[in-house]
Design a binder for this molecule. Structure first.
Ligand code: DOR
Ligand code: ZN
Length: 423
C-alpha cells in the first residue's frame, strides 16, 4: 500500500515533511520525504492535504471487558479507538474479575486477537482484587502478555505495599502506573473543592488528595531509584512536586488527560454528570499549569482515561453517578485543539500520545520508521466538526466533550498495514 502526498509527522525522528509512505506486510517499507516517483494504480491512498502521524498510543483506557460489557467491550472499544486514530491502548485492570491473574490476561489477549482491529495490551493489577493487601501474580501475567501493572481506579493505600510493589514489578521489568488519591482526603467528594463546589452544594475533592499521594510515591521512587509513572496529574501543586523531583533526577514520568488540559470545574455547573471524573476538573490555574508542564516536557504523555459508563448510571444525581468520561475518540482531536488554541508545538503534542508512552511501556509502537509496524493515523487537519452522541463509536456516550467543536478529523486509521477505520 502507498500513502502518497501526506505531511508526515514523526516525533521520534523529528521528521516533518511532505512525502510518501510504502507499507508492506504490515510494516513500513519505505519513507520518502519529497515523494517517490512511482505512480502505482491500486492500493494507493491519496493523502494530499492530510497529515500522517504514527498511530496513537493511549496508555490509560478502561475497556470494561470482562465483566462490565454493558458499558464497553473489547470490540466496541476497538471501534472507538480506530475512529480516533488510536492503534495501541493499555487496558486497565479494574474489570470483573480484576485482571490480577494469567487466566484473565489470556482471555483479553485471545479476544483481542479474534477482533483483530487494533492492539490492546493489558495492564495487570498490582494487588489481588486491587484490594491493596497481597501482590498479584505479575510474573505469570507478564508471560501471558501484560506490559505494565496498575491498580488504577483505586490508589495503593499502604506505603509499604507501594514500596514492595515497585520493587516486585521491577524484577519483571514491568512499569508501575500510579493512581494517586488519598482516600481520607478525597472522602465523599465528587468535584474539585473550591468556591464553586460550595456554591453548587457538592462535596469537594481537594488538590491535597492528589498532592500528598504524589509526594509519598515520589519519595518511595527516589529511595528505590526505580522508575514510576504517575497517571492523570490534575493539580498544579502535584505538578510542582513532580517537577522538583525530576530536577533531582528522580526517575518519574507522568501523564495528563485531555479533559484536565481543556476543561475546568466550570463544566460542572449545570450538574452534568459527564463532567464527573476522578481526578476532577480543576481550576484555570491548574489547567494552565498542566499546559505549561506539557510544553516544558514535565508532562510526558497525554492519555485519555477513557472510562465508559452506561446512560442509566450517569443519568443520576451528580453525587451518586459514577466517576468517568470517555475519551478514546477525542484524544487526537483534543491534541490538535491544544495545538490550535494554545500554540503548543505539534511534534511535542504528537510525541505525548505516541513515542513517549511507547517508550514508558517498552513497546514497539508510536513512530513511523522503516521496518517498524505500519500503524498510522491520517488526519484532515482542517475539517471542523462537533462531538455528538451519533459520532461516538463507544457503547457508552458519557463524554465531557459532548457539544465541543474540534478542528481536525481522522480520515484513515491503519493498524499493522490494514485500514481499520475510514472516515
Ligand atoms: O473517573 C474515573 N473513572 N477515574 C478512575 O480512576 C476510574 C475510572 C473508571 O474506571 O471508571
Ligand atoms: Zn485513575
Amino acid at each position: 500500500m502507498w500513502i502518497k502526498g501526506a505531511r508526515i509527522l514523526d516525533p521520534a525522528s523529528g521528521l516533518d515533511s511532505l512525502g510518501d509512505l510504502l507499507i508492506e506486510k504490515g510494516r513500513i517499507a519505505g519513507i520518502y520525504p519529497g515523494g517517490h516517483e512511482s505512480e502505482p494504480l491500486d492500493n494507493v491512498i491519496d493523502a494530499r492535504g492530510l497529515w500522517a502521524l504514527p498511530g496513537l498510543v493511549d496508555m490509560h483506557v478502561h475497556l470494561r471487558d470482562p465483566g462490565y460489557e454493558y458499558k464497553e467491550d473489547l470490540y466496541t472499544g476497538s471501534l472507538a479507538a480506530a475512529a480516533g486514530g488510536v492503534t495501541t491502548v493499555l487496558a486497565m485492570a479494574n474489570t470483573n474479575p480484576v485482571n490480577d491473574n494469567a487466566s484473565v490476561t489470556q482471555y483479553i489477549v485471545e479476544r483481542v486477537k479474534e477482533i483483530g482491529l487494533i492492539r490492546i495490551l493489558p495492564a495487570g493489577a498490582v494487588t489481588k482484587g486491587q484490594l491493596g493487601k497481597e501482590l498479584s501474580e505479575m510474573g505469570l501475567m507478564k508471560l501471558s502478555g501484560i506490559v505494565a501493572v496498575s491498580d488504577d481506579g483505586r490508589p495503593i493505600e499502604s506505603a509499604s505495599m507501594m514500596r514492595r510493589a515497585l520493587e516486585y514489578a521491577a524484577t519483571f521489568g514491568l512499569p508501575l502506573i500510579a493512581h494517586c488519591q488519598d482516600l481520607s482526603l478525597s472522602g465523599k467528594g465528587v468535584m474539585h473543592e473550591s468556591a464553586l463546589s460550595s456554591f453548587l452544594g457538592l462535596p469537594g475533592i481537594p488538590r491535597l488528595a492528589e498532592d500528598v499521594m504524589v509526594a509519598r510515591d515520589l519519595t518511595i521512587c527516589e529511595d528505590l531509584k526505580i522508575p514510576l509513572h504517575i497517571t492523570h496529574v490534575s493539580s498544579r501543586n502535584s505538578l510542582a512536586i513532580i517537577r522538583h523531583a525530576r530536577e533531582r533526577g528522580v526517575p518519574v514520568t507522568c501523564d495528563a488527560t485531555p479533559h484536565n488540559l481543556l476543561l475546568t470545574e466550570a463544566r460542572v455547573t449545570g450538574y452534568d454528570t459527564n463532567a464527573k471524573m476522578y481526578p476532577p476538573l480543576r481550576e484555570e490555574s491548574d489547567r494552565m499549569a498542566l499546559i505549561h508542564g506539557l510544553s516544558a516536557g514535565i508532562i510526558d504523555c497525554i492519555a485519555s482515561d477513557h472510562a465508559p459508563h452506561a446512560y442509566d448510571e450517569k443519568n443520576l444525581d451528580f453525587d451518586v453517578a459514577p466517576f468517568g468520561t470517555i475519551g478514546l475518540q477525542t484524544l487526537l482531536p483534543a491534541l490538535l485543539k491544544l495545538h490550535y488554541d494554545h500554540k503548543l508545538d505539534l511534534l511535542r503534542l504528537v510525541a505525548a500520545a505516541t513515542v513517549n508512552p511507547a517508550r514508558i511501556l517498552g513497546i514497539e509502537a508510536g513512530s513511523i520508521s522503516v521496518g517498524g509496524p505500519a500503524d498510522i493515523a491520517l488526519v484532515n487537519p482542517e475539517a471542523t466538526w462537533t462531538l455528538s452522541e451519533e459520532v461516538i463509536r463507544s457503547k457508552s456516550k458519557n463524554s465531557a466533550f459532548l457539544g465541543m467543536q474540534f478542528r481536525g478529523r481522522v480520515a484513515y486509521t491503519i493498524c499493522r498495514g490494514r485500514i481499520v477505520y475510514q472516515g
